[in-house]
Write a protein that binds this ligand. Structure first.
Ligand code: 6GU
Length: 215
């Protein structure tokens, strides 16, 4: 069983995706579990504040240490082995190899940062800093969903056809998927390659190999 505990201020932004997609099927089959921790519950003072202004000046607000550590420690109190993932534009770039290495029986805590950033001392409680690419998003929620989706689909039994995650793009290096077609045979003059209708599995496999894009 793979488990993700997501620490966020925006549970309602994450839930619809996790409750509809294949992610929900994974939960239904008992292969994955998702849990939420509301960072606000660990906020400070009457306003349950989770952020403050940066020392030294500068724009915006930073996530404070106290609520973040308290939230993570509340999860680790129940499962000391849980590993902490921080989505951050300065993390290591996420790729298929990383997704594969995470796809195992494990408990991950994803801390979704918000505002202009986070207090650097938060890194002392983080196991993996993950970036999705060279651009900046407003928060960690979308990266969290992408990390979860790319990992959970690799858990055996999650996808319908047991083989599809294996055969697909990127799974054995930088092979891109071959072109695929479904009905109709002729759509506005664009026809399906006849080899795919030939029933010759050897020739079809060869065609697919030849037409697999190389990254
Ligand atoms: Cl993981 N977080 C944010 N805020 N921006 C990003 C990112 C992550 N990856 C690319 N841009």
């Amino acid at each position: 069983m793979i488990k993700f505990t997501i620490i966020t201020l925006f549970q309602e932004a994450l839930e619809p995706y996790l409750k509809t997609s294949m992610m929900w099927k994974a939960v239904d089959k008992g292969l994955a579990e998702f849990d939420f921790v509301n960072l606000r519950d660990f906020g400070l003072g009457p306003h349950k504040s989770v952020d403050d202004t940066p020392y030294g000046g500068g724009d915006g607000m930073l996530l404070r240490c106290e609520p973040v550590f308290a939230a993570i420690e509340s999860v680790k109190a129940k499962d000391p082995d849980a590993k902490v993932i921080l989505p951050t534009p300065v993390g290591e770039i996420w790729d298929q190899e990383k997704a594969k290495s995470f796809a195992k029986d494990a408990h991950y805590i994803i801390l979704c940062p918000h505002y202009e950033g986070y207090d650097e001392r938060i890194l002392s409680i983080v196991d993996y800093k993950v970036s999705l690419g060279k651009y900046v998003l407003t928060g960690g929620e979308l990266p969290a969903l992408i990390i979860i989706d790319s990992v959970v689909r690799l858990i055996p039994g999650v996808l319908g056809g047991e083989t599809s995650a294996l055969v697909e793009s990127f799974s054995d290096g930088d092979n891109l998927e071959y072109p695929q077609y479904t009905k109709p045979y002729d759509f506005r003059g664009m026809k399906v390659p006849d080899i795919l209708l030939s029933g010759n599995h050897g020739e079809i496999a060869k065609w697919r190999e030849e037409h697999s894009g190389k990254a």
